[in-house]
Design a protein around this ligand. Structure first.
Ligand code: PLP
Length: 386
C-alpha cells in the first residue's frame, strides 16, 4: 500500500513535551512544573455567562466573524489597553484560540516556499504550523546574553528573496522574556525596509511583571503590516474554552476569515459569551491572578538561583527558564532523571528549539506550596549532581 501521509506532515516531528507528560502520568506524587496552562479555574462569573448562554438557547452557529457584541467589546478593550482601534466589522475575527489564529495567519498568507523568520526558543507549534501551511520556518537563535530578545541584525542576516513574514511571540513561551520597546522598534525597522508581514502572538500580553507590554501594531507604521493574535486562555484561565482572536487590516482579515469560514465556521458560541463576560467584568480576576503568579515567580527564580540553577529573570508569561549547565547533564537527561529520581516534571529546553538546549522550562502556574516542595526536591537533586 502507498504511504498516504502527506510529506509536509511527515516533516513535522512529534512534540517533545508530550513524552514527559506521558511518563509523568504513570507516576504517583509527581509535582508538575511542566504544564503550560493556568492552574486557576475560570472565574465564576465567566463560567456563569457560558452556562447562561446555553440555557438561553445560544446553541447555534454565530456569524463567521464571531458575535458582534464580543467584537465590539474587544475593539474597546484593545483601544483601552493600547490606544489602537480595530473596526469590529472588518478588522476583528474570533477564533478557536490562538492555535487557530496562528493556523489562519499562515494559511492565508503563505505560498509554497515562502519563508517565515521564527526566533527561538519558542512555542512548540510555531515551526510545525508554518510547515503545515506550506511555508518554511527560518529560525534565529536568541540567547540569555540578550535576555532572550531577538535582535534586528539576527533577522537581517537570514532574510532572502523568499522571506515573507516575521513571527514574534512576546512575552515568550518558554523563556518568559519580554521585548523592550527599543528592540521592537528595531524589528519594525526591518519589517518596513524589507516589506515584511509581522505576525505578533501576544497571548501573554496581560501577564507581565514590573514592565510594560508593547503591543506591536502600535509602533509607527506597523498597524498595516501586522497580524495581531490574542487570546483568553492565559489571562482569564480559559484554556478549555478554546477562544481567541485576530486583529488585522481589512484585506488580511478578510483572507483569514475566508479560511476560517470554510474550516471552522465559527468559534464555539458558549465560549464567545463567556469571553464577552471576561472582557466586561474580568479585569479584577486578571489582576488577582497576575499578582499570584508574580509571587510564585519570585519564589521560583530566587529558589532556582540559590540551588545553582542560574535563572534569567522572566518578566512575563508564567515560565522560568533556568540553565542546568552546572549539573553537566543535557536538558533531556536532566528532565528525565529529575522526574525519575525526585518526581518533579519540567520540560527540556531543546523541545522549544536548538537554542533552548542546556535549559529547562519550569512553569509556575502551579500552587505556591507545590513550587516550594519542587524546589526542595530540585535542591536535593542539584546537590547530588552538582
Ligand atoms: C505562545 C503561545 N501561543 C499560543 C498558544 C495557544 O493558545 P490557545 O489556548 O489560545 O490556543 C500557547 C499555548 O500554550 C502559547 O504558549
Amino acid at each position: 500500500m502507498r504511504d498516504f501521509v502527506a510529506k509536509k506532515v511527515q516533516a513535522v516531528p512529534p512534540s517533545g513535551i508530550r513524552r514527559f507528560f506521558d511518563i509523568a502520568a504513570t507516576m504517583d506524587d509527581v509535582i508538575s512544573l511542566g504544564i503550560g496552562e493556568p492552574d486557576f479555574a475560570t472565574p465564576p462569573s465567566i463560567v456563569r455567562a457560558g452556562i447562561d448562554s446555553l440555557e438561553s438557547g445560544a446553541t447555534h452557529y454565530t456569524s463567521n466573524s464571531g458575535i458582534v457584541e464580543l467584537r465590539e467589546a474587544l475593539s474597546d478593550h484593545l483601544f483601552g489597553l493600547y490606544g489602537v482601534r480595530y473596526d469590529p466589522a472588518t478588522e476583528l475575527l474570533i477564533t478557536v484560540g490562538v492555535s487557530e489564529a496562528l493556523y489562519l495567519a499562515f494559511a492565508a498568507t503563505l505560498d509554497h516556499g515562502d519563508e517565515v523568520v521564527v526566533p527561538e526558543p519558542c512555542f512548540v507549534a510555531y515551526n510545525p504550523e508554518v510547515i503545515l501551511a506550506g511555508g518554511t520556518p527560518v529560525n534565529v537563535c536568541t540567547t540569555v546574553e540578550d535576555n532572550f530578545q531577538v535582535r534586528a541584525d539576527m533577522v537581517r542576516e537570514v532574510l532572502t528573496a523568499n522571506t515573507k513574514a516575521i513571527l514574534i511571540g512576546y512575552p515568550n513561551n518558554p523563556t518568559g522574556a519580554v521585548m523592550s520597546r527599543e528592540r521592537l522598534m528595531d524589528i519594525a525597522g526591518v519589517a518596513e525596509e524589507n516589506d515584511l508581514l509581522v505576525i505578533s502572538d501576544e497571548i501573554y500580553d496581560r501577564l507581565v511583571y514590573g514592565t510594560e507590554h508593547v503591543c506591536f501594531p502600535t509602533l509607527p507604521g506597523m498597524r498595516q503590516r501586522t497580524i495581531l493574535l490574542g487570546g483568553f486562555s492565559k489571562a482569564y484561565a480559559m484554556t478549555g474554552w478554546r477562544i481567541g482572536y485576530i486583529a488585522a487590516p481589512p484585506p488580511l482579515l478578510a483572507a483569514m476569515r475566508k479560511v476560517h469560514q470554510y474550516t471552522i465556521m465559527s468559534a464555539p458560541t458558549i465560549a464567545q459569551y463567556a469571553a464577552l463576560e471576561a472582557l466586561r467584568h474580568g479585569e479584577e480576576a486578571v489582576q488577582e491572578m497576575r499578582a499570584r503568579y508574580d509571587r510564585r515567580r519570585r519564589l521560583i527564580v530566587d529558589g532556582l538561583n540559590s540551588i545553582g540553577l542560574t535563572c534569567f529573570e522572566p518578566k512575563g508569561a508564567f515560565y522560568a527558564f533556568p540553565s542546568i549547565a552546572a549539573t553537566g547533564m543535557t536538558d533531556e537527561e536532566f528532565s528525565e532523571r529529575l522526574l525519575m529520581e525526585e518526581k518533579v516534571a519540567c520540560v527540556p529546553g531543546s523541545a522549544f528549539g536548538a537554542s533552548g538546549a542546556g535549559h529547562v522550562r519550569c512553569s509556575y502556574a502551579t500552587a505556591y506550596s507545590q513550587i516550594e516542595q519542587a524546589l526542595e526536591r530540585m535542591a536535593r537533586f542539584a546537590q547530588r549532581h552538582g
